[in-house]
Design a protein around this ligand. Structure first.
Ligand code: FAD
Length: 516
């Protein structure tokens, strides 16, 4: 976690390859791929988009983009490259929706696979006692939501934003306000179809090829490309009571979050965020929250102070309205928020889950979506979270933030610990996400350099002995840092790499292994 040099000057260059030599060798090798008999096609022009991502800071240009129409397009491409062995230096990156932050879905002078063009299998929903959906790895979660809702079903665990692909989030974890109960998205998958770094197509699950299954989940794209996933479903509720309450003390905020999380019959979604100086309750790009009393809510600005907002939701169906109101009242009566700050709203389940997209549309209209996003995501152990809050909100981010700061606990005892995801050693830890946007060309407090410096100060604090925090959506420059990130699980990670992708062809943008 410690020495992450967040250098904006890393843009457009891959530090550990000799670009010009690679360029010649790769382009001649890659053009030979045109001989392959594919259902889809390679594009060598208009491929600049594949050198961009949501972070908008790293731009590694590929030589070609593959638009696959079948799984065998992906398998034969990788197999062809694998058979070239070390005579080739071609790397391959699956690109989901390109919402990575630091070039993780890019391939410098290699091949980017545009996963969204893989539309097979068509989504298939299986009803029954344990319902599930079979879906392409390139499918967006928003499409899965709409399709499953037609059958009264939906996945159990989500991300806050649904315009991300199945393969992209399963390569990380997929954490949101349901994770305290259901675990992250990687814990809600029954089966995967994966194309390994050798070009083999392998079906895997807890019972079949379990090593590959667990390796790929949270595996940062290192062991294979997810071409199909079988996602567990539950009955979908129709409506959601969506609630926000404010705290002026971190200790009360976190105590209430942890209290709600520990009860079985609690809310269905628990998150929270930090409001620093003048960031109004509604002036938050992350949500389309419109409470019953918008006047009071909009007046509530945290001038000069830091507030903590707990965001909770209870799912229900229309005929359960009275029951759910009573339940919410009971649950709220156990909490210690500032009494005049209860904001409640009622929305459909789909509206609730797709809430961030509303803000995306507004920001896009203002040209503010495609700015740089120097985000920092951390997992902080419960025992250190007060110390962390004191330092970060008392010392580092005292007068402003450049975007939402999410903060909520999850309970690892509900999570499967065999996946590749790295978490802190304690059962309960907090997801803390600094979701900053940088104002283009600004050299002030809202500029990229200032935000990166603040991020580094937060990371430096996390490196103090015994803090035990881990990066989520991790980013490091050297293998030593990766090794430290994985800790005792590094050996297994390396072993799996040599089994499933021995030439390190896949996901070069993660910068974990060098091409062999
Ligand atoms: P990409 O950026 O395209 O790819 C990510 C990585 O996965 C790359 O290394 C890529 O090579 C690899 N990959 C992509 N597809 C496949 C595949 N089919 N098989 C194998 N490897 C593959 N995360 C959360 O956990 N919770 C949130 O609430 C959340 N909210 C977010 C909100 C926004 C606005 C954004 C931009 C991101 C958010 N994220 C969240 C982070 C997000 O989950 C990751 O960035 C995710 O990787 C994005 O998915 P993608 O389809 O864009 O993946």
């Amino acid at each position: 976690l410690c020495s992450i040099p967040e250098k904006p000057d890393l843009r457009s260059k891959q530090s550990y390859v000799n670009s010009s030599a690679l360029s010649y060798k790769n382009s001649s090798n890659i053009s030979s791929l045109e001989k392959l008999n594919l259902d889809g096609y390679f594009s060598f022009d208009n491929i600049e988009h594949a050198a961009k991502d949501f972070g908008n800071r790293y731009h590694f240009h590929p030589t070609a983009v593959l638009y696959p129409k079948s799984v065998s397009d992906i398998a034969s491409t990788i197999n062809y490259i694998f058979n070239m062995g070390s005579t080739s230096e071609i790397t391959v990156a699956a690109r989901g929706h390109g919402h990575s932050l630091q070039g993780q879905a890019q391939a410098h002078q290699g091949i980017v696979i545009n996963m969204e063009s893989l539309q097979v299998p068509e989504m298939q929903i299986h009803m029954g006692e344990t319902p599930y959906v079979d879906v392409s790895g390139g499918q967006l979660w928003i499409n899965v939501l709409h399709e499953t809702l037609k059958h009264g079903l939906a996945p159990k665990s989500w991300t806050d934003y649904l315009h991300l692909t199945i393969g992209g989030t399963l390569s990380n974890a997929g954490i949101s306000g349901q994770a305290f109960r259901h675990g992250p998205q990687i814990n809600n998958v029954y089966q995967l179809e994966v194309v390994t770094g050798k070009g083999e197509v392998i079906t895997c699950s807890e019972q079949q090829n379990a090593d590959l299954f667990y390796g790929v989940l949270g595996g940062l794209g290192q062991f294979g490309i997810i071409t199909r996933a079988r996602i567990s479903l539950e009955q979908a509720p129709k409506k959601v009571k969506w609630i926000r309450v404010l705290y002026s003390e971190f200790s009360k905020f976190s105590r209430d979050q942890e209290h709600l999380m520990s009860s079985e019959n609690s809310f269905d979604y628990i998150e929270g965020f930090v409001i620093i100086n003048r960031t109004g309750l509604l002036n938050n790009w992350r949500s389309s929250f419109s409470p019953k009393d918008p006047l009071q809510a909009s007046q509530f600005i945290s001038e000069g102070r830091t507030f903590y907002c707990m965001e909770i939701a209870k799912y229900f169906n229309s005929d359960e309205s009275d029951l759910v109101n009573q339940k919410i009242e009971d649950l709220l009566s156990e909490l210690s928020y500032i009494p005049s700050t209860l904001f409640m709203s009622e929305v459909s389940y789909a509206e609730f889950l797709d809430r961030v997209h509303v803000s995306e549309i507004k920001l896009r209209a203002k040209g503010l979506w495609e700015v740089s996003h120097p985000w920092l995501n951390l997992l902080v152990p419960k025992s250190k979270v007060s110390e962390f809050a004191l330092e970060v909100f008392g010392n580092i981010l005292t007068d402003s933030s450049n975007g939402p700061i999410l903060m909520y606990p999850v309970n690892k005892s509900k999570w499967n610990n065999q996946t590749s995801l790295i978490t802190p050693g304690e059962d309960i830890f907090y997801l803390v996400a600094f979701l900053s946007s940088a104002v283009p060309s600004s050299t002030g407090k809202d500029g990229l350099q200032h935000i990166l410096t603040q991020n580094q100060r937060i990371l430096d604090f996390c490196c103090k002995p015994n803090i035990g925090a881990k990066q989520y959506l991790p980013h490091y420059d050297t293998q030593e840092e990766w090794q430290a990130h994985f800790g005792p699980q590094w050996e297994v990670f390396v072993q799996r790499k040599s089994t499933y992708d021995p030439f390190a062809i896949l996901a070069p943008g993660q910068r974990i292994f060098k091409r062999q």
